[in-house]
Design a protein around this ligand. Structure first.
Ligand SMILES: [Zn+2]
Length: 43
């Protein structure tokens, strides 16, 4: 699907190293986990 490829080109996503979920890169670029996994570790 060309449209799908174009989507991933324009919006780079990171893959959570914990659950493998894709998430948009936040301001804190050092985060390699999605907000859910990151929050679970913090608490
Ligand atoms: Zn995760």
């Amino acid at each position: 699907m060309i449209m799908n490829l174009d989507f991933y080109k324009r919006i780079p996503q990171k893959e959570c190293r914990e659950c493998g979920e894709h998430f948009e890169e936040q301001a804190e670029s050092y985060i390699y986990e999605c907000e859910r996994c990151f929050g679970l570790k913090e608490e």
